[in-house]
Design a protein around this ligand. Structure first.
Ligand SMILES: [Zn+2]
Length: 140
């Protein structure tokens, strides 16, 4: 009887652990945007954190932001510089759209995806469910 309880307890712990780790995989927390203004320039001080979390090329993400803001942008080490003044919310909004358009699997919503190119067409391949979807944009 005691042994059964012990096994049940172990199973319960194991279930709980696998539940938690599953949630961890399915969720992606974007870093908080850290912005600094200097004259008519905006510096995204923690730019380098975003490509790491999103697992996409920093240059592509920079090009994406520059295109959406319609201003020149430049990478300066960990930072990125944008012409004009931008609010942190502007960056947050764009990163959320980028996440939706270029990272999250449309089939299962997992952010564990990678990009592959075939005949110059980019596909999003999901590491969670295996789905392969066409990417509409060119910033991945
Ligand atoms: Zn998927």
């Amino acid at each position: 009887m005691a042994r059964t309880d012990y096994v049940t307890l172990l199973e319960r712990i194991r279930d709980k652990l696998s539940d938690d780790s599953h949630k961890e995989v399915a969720r992606l927390e974007l870093p908080t945007v850290d912005v600094m203004w200097e004259g008519q320039k905006t510096f995204l001080r923690n730019f380098a954190e975003f490509p790491k979390v999103l697992r996409r090329e920093p240059d592509k993400i920079l090009q994406y932001l520059a295109k959406e803001f319609a201003v020149p942008a430049e990478r300066l080490g960990e930072k990125a510089m944008f012409a004009g003044k931008r609010d942190p919310d502007d960056f947050t909004r764009l990163f959320q759209i980028y996440l939706h358009d270029y990272v999250v699997c449309p089939t299962c919503q997992s952010p564990d995806t990678r990009v592959t190119k075939e005949n110059r067409i980019s596909f999003l391949v999901c590491e969670a469910c295996g789905a392969k979807s066409t990417l509409k944009g060119k910033y991945a």
